[in-house]
Design a protein around this ligand. Structure first.
Ligand code: ADP
Ligand code: MG
Ligand code: ZN
Length: 477
């Protein structure tokens, strides 16, 4: 029997606000343990939470980007459970009335565009972190760090519309692009700013009835998500084929072994006893504010890719590479605005620029988009050769100095003076009579050697086009 997987993701994104969701503590990552805390996020009795407006703003922006309905009134709820790093004994989340509902995103997989439904997007607080001393299973001691307690999260729940691990990965990538371009989450998966739980089941191909699902918890890389789903789908199919039944349970992905293992079964499933949070009033967002936020929405990655291809004539490959990072995309666009040809700017950005950023870090690359446009202009007007341009680019990147000055100082100006070049060509032909004869006898490819000799003699500064012309003229004369 052939099976078809059904997948739905619950994605948590840490919102990049400066302060926490219900208090003024900093959200900075990597501080000393428990430094970013106060009575509110430590869960002291008698304190009251105050909602951070930015959290609502960011979640509305994501809701708009994913075509959700924004609830005029949404409600926070208490989700009760015990964790050593959750001192209140409950997490403030949203349950029955989330902020955003019923949206969709478009995902591209293998050149095909597919729509994945969004069930809901809600706001909640993160818990703290347990730090274990020694190995996890023979821990000497465990410490509680509450710096992360109260950091704002947005949870995005998808419909069970995903049909393959590759699609799940593409969906997750699309969400990451969105939050990064919206500037509402740094998208840093290693630091856990973006993580997901994957629900997966299998059903006989063509059947409309979903199978029993398992949920794989807390994956923080695209590769692990795809691997975990591939393994889990195989496991479920093998189980059913062997006459067994999938049990609804929570599983963990062991990335070292590449397998999922059972964490807790349904009988241990939490009963969270949700109820409306009595310490917070319902959240009202008025239509005017939503409209204002809508009008300020930046262009997202998918829109940029489409525009680069249709308006700037870039190959889709280029558009994809350049838009992977919004800062790179902004640099590219500024170079085009400064007059650079789009394809030439794209070559520079994908080549030299991204190479230097990778080598030295974005902060150390001082070349501006205007300077890149100027360098492209210098090549176009034959003032410098392509190889000299690379030297100029590197120097400008290091120092931020004016490209024209760098050209002058380093003596990189290309010689297009035909008189001077002709002199060199004659000298080269005198010292290489054998090759000159071979060319005259029809061995075209010897010309490349002779051009090379002239370029060498001029220290690479001769305009190769002019060298070619003069060589051909003298050799045919
Ligand atoms: P819970 O509250 O237990 O996490 P939800 O009903 O909110 O359950 O669903 C969580 C996720 O599971 C959603 O993304 C949904 O699309 C997905 N899902 C629901 N049923 C199935 C199924 N049979 N197979 C795969 N995914 C499913
Ligand atoms: Mg769940
Ligand atoms: Zn606090």
């Amino acid at each position: 029997m052939k099976y078809e997987p059904v997948i739905g993701l619950e994605v948590h994104a840490q919102l990049s606000t400066r302060s926490k969701i219900f208090c003024g503590c900093s959200t900075a990552f990597g501080e000393d343990p428990n430094l970013n805390t106060c009575p509110v996020c430590l869960g002291m009795p008698g304190v009251l939470p105050v909602l951070n407006r930015k959290v609502v703003e960011y979640t509305v922006m994501m809701g708009l980007a994913t075509h959700c309905r924004i609830a005029p009134e949404s409600v926070f709820a208490r989700k009760n459970y015990f964790y050593p790093d959750l001192p209140k004994g409950y997490q403030i989340s949203q349950y029955e009335k989330p902020l955003c509902e019923e949206g969709w995103v478009q995902v591209r997989v293998d050149g095909q565009v597919k729509r994945i439904g969004i069930t809901r997007i809600h706001m909640e607080e993160d818990a703290g972190k347990l730090v274990h001393e020694g190995a996890f299973d023979s821990s000497l001691a465990s410490y509680v760090d509450l710096n992360r307690a109260g950091v704002p999260l947005m949870e995005i729940v998808s419909e069970p519309d995903i049909r393959s691990p590759a699609e799940a990965r593409a969906y997750m990538q699309t969400l990451r692009d969105m939050v990064v371009y919206l500037g509402i989450c740094d998208g840093n998966m290693e630091e856990g700013s973006l993580r997901c739980d994957a629900n997966v089941s299998v059903m006989p191909a063509g059947s409309g009835t979903f199978g029993t699902r398992t949920e794989i918890k807390n994956m923080n890389s695209f590769r692990f998500l795809q691997q975990a789903l591939e393994y889990e789908i195989e496991r479920q199919i093998d189980l059913i084929d062997a006459g067994g039944k999938v049990v609804q349970e929570t599983r963990l992905f062991d990335s070292a072994k590449g397998v999922t293992v059972s964490m807790r079964g349904k009988e241990e499933a939490h009963d969270y006893r949700y109820f409306p949070e009595p310490d917070l009033v319902p959240v009202r967002v008025d239509g005017e504010w939503i409209e204002e936020l809508g009008s300020k929405m930046p262009e997202l990655r998918q829109e940029k890719v489409e525009r680069y291809v249709s308006r700037l004539g870039l190959p889709e490959y280029d558009a994809d590479v350049i838009t992977a990072d919004p800062f790179v995309a902004a640099f590219f666009e500024a170079a085009v605005d400064a007059g650079a040809d789009a394809k030439k700017a794209s070559n520079w950005v994908m080549g030299e620029y991204m190479r230097l950023v990778k080598e030295k870090g974005a902060g150390a690359v001082k070349v501006t988009a205007g300077q890149l446009a100027a360098i492209i202009g210098l090549v176009d007007s034959a003032a410098i050769s392509t190889s000299a341009a690379k030297q100029v680019f590197e120097e400008v990147s290091d120092t931020g100095r004016d490209p024209r000055k760098v050209v002058d100082e380093k003596g990189l100006a290309q010689v297009s003076d035909t008189g001077a070049i002709e002199e060199e060509v004659r000298r080269v032909l005198d010292t290489h009579p054998e090759q000159a004869r071979q060319f005259r006898e029809g061995q075209e490819k010897v010309l490349g050697f002779l051009v090379g000799q002239v370029m060498k003699a001029t220290g690479g500064k001769a305009n190769p086009r002019v060298v070619n012309e003069i060589l051909r003229r003298l050799l045919s004369g």
